[in-house]
Design a binder for this molecule. Structure first.
Ligand code: G3I
Length: 326
């Protein structure tokens, strides 16, 4: 099994202390933002691989594997501005297919030899309804299924042997609506003969609120049983813990974060098809959690495994123990 983290240019890659954490602890990396359309495709006719290359070169020099994130993110707000307002013309499905397959062919051929796995599509299911989201591509194609089929088939054509992943966050606090929607998406892909190898479990956990406290372990087990029962592998792609609602006391907070992490990993890592556990950042100050739903008391969030002095927290111990236990 591999452990790894998201890394980023302009922040973590440029921090020697962060690189010193990556070297001994990680054998797989993922780009936090640099391989999304915004970064790679600043306009329709221009690709920019500068930042992505910087990350790939670091990993290659350090002999650390890389996973690709993401060939498509089906949330409209996550589209580059030019694509949100794109004029798909008189034959929108054909134009959308040209754009999407062209993007995937170009990017996949660029990094074909550098990646050990690929997030092909991210977040196509609407968490509120379990149905598909609506996006510029889904509208142009006349439905999300055509987007999914086109993306996964183009990825397989360019990457005959690479693991292809559908990645999503499967809302913890819901009644299972989001999870059920993801299951339907996966079943649909398989029924239509669309190539897919694994489900990416983002694993943005919550510590300490009743709704999202990873309380529904039975529901999670049933979900993973269903996914693996379809013959699909699992990847923990973006693990962290949002401690927004935990008490200010650091000892209490860290213990609770570690407890949720350990319980989640013990269950999830018990599945044989799980290969990677990737955290969404190693060090508190660089984590997206600091600006996503900040704590009311303004305190720094603690849901990444190392503190700002690069010292391991109880969460790091919990991850290490979960690895030892498998
Ligand atoms: O750096 C500024 C920060 O100082 C400011 O407070 C904040 C206010 O919104 O903006 C920050 O910039 C952000 C930038 O990345 C740099 O981190 C942008 O707003 C933001 O749009 C962008 O956020 C990234 C987000 O994906 C959208 O692309 C996050 O870094 C990144 O961690 C996040 O990652 C996603 C995965 O790709 C998919 N799964 C969920 C995960 C978390 O949202």
């Amino acid at each position: 099994m591999r452990f790894g983290t998201a890394i980023s240019t302009g922040g973590t890659l440029d921090d020697a202390g962060y690189r010193d954490l990556v070297r001994p602890h990680c054998n797989v990396l993922v780009a936090e933002n640099e391989m999304k359309w915004q970064a790679l495709r600043p306009s329709e006719d221009r690709f920019d691989f500068t930042d992505a290359d910087a990350l790939v070169n670091f990993a290659r020099n350090e002999e650390i594997d890389f996973r690709f994130h993401t060939l498509l993110w089906e949330v409209e707000e996550r589209y580059p501005a030019w694509l949100r307002t794109y004029d798909f013309g008189a034959a929108p499905a054909a134009e959308a297919e040209r754009l999407l397959t062209g993007h995937i062919a170009r990017v996949a051929s660029t990094y074909r030899d550098n990646m050990t796995g690929w997030d092909v599509v991210n977040e196509a299911v609407d968490p509120a309804t379990g149905g598909y989201r609506t996006s510029p591509f889904s509208q142009a194609f006349g439905g999300m299924e055509a987007v999914l089929d086109t993306a996964f088939r183009a990825a397989r054509e360019a990457l005959p042997d690479a693991p292809l992943v559908y990645n999503d966050f499967m809302s913890w606090g819901s009644d299972g609506t989001h999870r059920d929607g993801v299951l339907r998406l996966l079943e649909g892909l398989l029924n239509r003969g669309t190539p897919i190898d694994a489900l990416g479990l983002q694993s943005h956990l919550w510590g300490g609120n009743e709704a999202g406290d990873f309380a529904d372990e039975a529901g999670w087990r049933t979900f993973l049983d269903e996914v693996t029962g379809m013959g699909l592998g699992l990847v923990v792609t973006e693990l962290d813990v949002n401690d927004r609602d935990l008490p200010a006391d650091l000892a209490v907070r860290d213990a609770r974060i570690a407890e949720v992490t350990r319980r989640y990993l013990d269950l999830t890592m018990s599945y044989e098809g799980l290969r990677d556990v990737v955290v969404w950042g190693l060090v508190h100050r660089y984590s997206w959690l600091q600006y996503f739903q900040a704590r009311a008391d303004g305190l720094q969030k603690r849901g990444t495994p190392f503190d700002d002095d690069y010292e391991p927290t109880l969460m790091a111990e919990a991850i290490a123990e979960a690895f030892e236990a498998t």
